[in-house]
Design a protein around this ligand. Structure first.
Ligand SMILES: Cc1cc2nc3c(=O)[nH]c(=O)nc-3n(C[C@H](O)[C@H](O)[C@H](O)COP(=O)(O)OP(=O)(O)OC[C@H]3O[C@@H](n4cnc5c(N)ncnc54)[C@H](O)[C@@H]3O)c2cc1C
Length: 665
């Protein structure tokens, strides 16, 4: 039996995944997506991406593509429940006259296209990035719309939505080289039992070889790009992505307080079957030096990972997305010149639309037929600024103007998430979790069990057996907690919050009061001082004394939880003076992860350093017993807790939000 498809997409990196998804918006279309299983240690470009979405302002067309992409990623992330697109803004800085002129040009393009951009000098640059040394900056441009995302998570989200909409996504043991059958159809891997009417080559660095084998060579040059992930000390909260035009490097915030830095790197063509996936020593050393020079206000940051990936250059640095000249039913999408993450969604949507309608104008600047038919060798030029005319091109011609409103996603089946209440603690161990929280994922199982132990309710939102949301409510404290990355799950939790309100990690609605998240990585932590007060780990017979202190300061709300103790995952550090417990700090422990909570010092004993000692002891113990990371929430702007956390070597790394019901609602 021959399997027949209307269209096949070769390559399911971010572009191929987005295209597959958009092609399935036409319900009757049979779509096949093929990819080779990656060779160990050789990630595709999507897996290597630093995930920066930048309103670069090359020209109005490119700007529109980036904006469309960012909007689509934001909606898809909220729909599919993957890591949110973070709008952290970006700061581009130049120290030379030439760099400053480039920033002038970008600013004019952005202004014409109504994209917010603000010129900043060195003082304001340093306000935006307080730990960076930007004193010698001649000019800066701040663009609040720049964002960051996880390209691999987004690729997976597209593929999941595409499969749900009917696409067939198939891995192959090795690279696929399609062949043309008499009559014009395509067959795959020499297997005439799988055929398609049309073919889109979206095979990243593999595209050049596939097209050449089909007799349709295009001017493409795969090149290496590299990046490093560093662990700053202390861990950092989100900051605007920094593009240093003179040093030709970027630094962006990454999850768990890390940062990612990289540059354009490779300037020579690579063979995709033989390239070196290991980062160059000179690159890594250069990055470590540059980041420690730039972030002079911080101690040098240890490197956690470094990697290389293959990007694809085109002679004029614009992508090749559209019909392959002379190739009936053959399309291509590659040549993103190191900027394919920020363009994939917009270009994939436009390509799917053009294939369906035959209207190619919205892809004109990417038309592969703009190059002469004979393919000349050329060198990749991967710097950030695009050399262009001094005057930017005028407003975008009709048909390519950016759509200002948000673009609705194709319907992806709204009712697929099922909510159910758990009836017993044993059910928690049977749950299969998807990532729901940047800092609290290791503790979600424990939170769910604690809620059930203390008479609260636990509701899970599941999709295909995978937990996409966790809602803890009805506890004696009257405040619920929700963990989800999916907007409609969060909305459900908000609609059902109780009188004490609800904690959520994302600002899904306006009006949430921030709760600060502090954290430290214990590999880099050093004790900040001698412990002066009598602090020790609590024994089971200390529980009545601890309960008396907690009750006195916090009311009876914690009684049900205290009644479940002792348990191995909970450790209390206490300070005892004259036989009385005057301070306590708790630590929940799950493997290498600790969460500090329920920290208090009796008012009469404040100002003696007991708080710092309790937190310091907690950190010391955690590190000595193999702990890697500790996190704590600080509620209601509690200055004493914040100061003690900072003294103990923790740093502000993010915010959660406390939503309260509207009075009278
Ligand atoms: C270090 C690094 C950092 C980057 N940072 C950014 C950034 O911050 N922002 C940004 O916009 N861009 C960035 N990029 C570029 C971006 O990652 C790419 O442009 C983008 O991911 C390209 O997606 P793609 O789908 O075209 O290619 P890929 O992700 O490479 O996918 C192509 C797929 O085709 C498959 N394939 C190839 N040949 C065959 C074959 N013959 N048969 C079957 N399958 C085949 C491959 O297995 C692969 O999965 C970065 C790139 C690198 C390397």
């Amino acid at each position: 039996m021959t399997e027949q498809f209307d269209i096949a997409v070769l390559g399911t990196g971010l572009f191929g995944a987005a295209l597959t998804y958009h092609l399935t918006r036409e319900p009757s279309r049979r779509v096949l997506a093929l990819d080779t299983i990656p060779e160990a240690g050789r990630p595709n470009s999507t897996a290597a991406s630093a995930g920066i979405l930048s309103v670069q302002g090359w020209d109005p067309w490119d700007l529109a593509i980036v904006r469309e992409s960012r909007e689509e990623y934001r909606e898809l992330a909220e729909e599919e429940g993957v890591e949110t697109v973070r709008c952290n803004g970006a700061l581009r800085v130049a120290r030379t006259e030439e760099g400053a002129r480039w920033l002038d040009r970008v600013e004019r393009v952005l202004a014409r296209e109504s994209t917010e951009a603000r010129r900043v000098g060195s003082a304001e640059s340093m306000e935006l990035l307080p730990f960076a040394d930007l004193e010698d900056v001649r000019a800066g441009l701040y663009t609040p719309d720049d964002a960051t995302m996880d390209a691999t998570a987004m690729q997976a989200a597209y593929l999941r939505a595409a499969v749900r909409a009917g696409a067939v996504v198939r891995p192959s043991a090795g690279p696929v080289f399609p062949e043309r059958l008499p009559g014009g159809r395509w067959q795959f891997g020499g297997d005439s039992s799988v055929v398609a009417d049309a073919l889109v080559v979206a095979a990243g660095a593999g595209s050049k070889a596939v097209l050449a084998a089909l007799g349709h060579p295009l001017p493409l040059a795969p090149f290496r790009a590299q990046a490093v992930r560093l662990r700053p000390r202390p861990l950092l909260p989100s900051f605007p992505t920094l593009h240093d035009l003179d040093l030709n490097l970027y630094v962006r915030p990454a999850s768990l307080g890390r940062l990612i830095a990289g540059d354009g790197t490779g300037t020579r063509e690579e063979d995709p079957s033989r390239w070196d996936p290991n980062p160059d020593r000179t690159f890594v050393e250069g990055m470590l030096t540059a980041v420690s020079d730039l972030f002079g206000g911080l101690p040098p940051a240890p490197m956690e990972a470094a990697w290389a990936g293959l990007c694809v250059a085109s002679p004029d640095r614009f992508p090749l997305v559209g019909r392959v000249p002379g190739g009936e039913g053959l399309y291509v999408a590659t040549g993103f010149n190191g900027f394919g993450t920020m363009r994939a969604a917009g270009l994939a949507r436009r390509l799917a639309d053009a294939i369906r309608t035959g209207r190619w104008e919205p892809l004109r600047p990417a038309d592969p037929s703009r190059f002469p038919s004979s393919v000349e060798q050329f060198d990749p030029r991967p710097e950030f600024p695009l050399e262009g005319p001094d005057e930017p091109p005028g407003p975008s011609p009709d048909g390519t103007a950016p759509p200002r409103a948000s673009i609705p996603l194709a319907s992806t089946g709204r009712d697929r998430v099922e909510n159910r209440l758990l009836s017993g603690i044993e059910e928690v161990d049977g749950l299969r979790w998807s990532p729901l929280s940047e800092w609290f994922d290791p503790f979600l199982r424990l939170f769910a069990k604690d809620a059930l132990r203390t008479g609260g309710n636990v509701e899970v939102a599941e999709e295909g057996g995978l937990v996409r949301g966790l809602f803890l409510f009805g506890s004696s404290e009257g405040v619920g907690s929700g963990f989800t990355r999916t907007r409609r799950v969060a909305e459900r939790y908000l609609d059902r919050m109780e009188r004490g309100g609800l904690y959520l990690e994302e600002p899904w609605r306006s009006g949430g009061e921030p709760v600060e998240v502090f954290a430290a990585n214990l590999r880099d932590w050093e004790s900040t001082g001698r412990i002066r007060n009598p602090v020790r780990i609590a024994r089971p017979d200390d529980l009545p004394g601890i309960r008396a202190l907690m009750r006195g300061e916090m009311g009876p709300g914690m009684d049900p939880w205290l009644a479940t103790l002792p348990r191995p995952e909970e450790t209390a550090f206490l300070c005892e003076i004259d036989g009385r417990v005057v301070g306590v700090s708790w630590l929940s422990r799950v493997g290498a992860y600790g969460r500090g909570h329920s920290f208090l010092v009796h008012p009469r004993f404040r100002g003696l350093g007991i708080g710092s000692d309790l937190l310091n002891a907690r950190m010391l113990w955690l590190r000595r017993t193999g702990g890697r990371q500790v996190v704590s929430e600080i509620y209601d702007g509690n200055v004493a807790s914040r100061t003690a956390a900072e003294r103990a070597g923790m740093a502000l790394v993010g915010r959660m939000f406390h939503f309260r019901p509207t009075p009278g609602a």
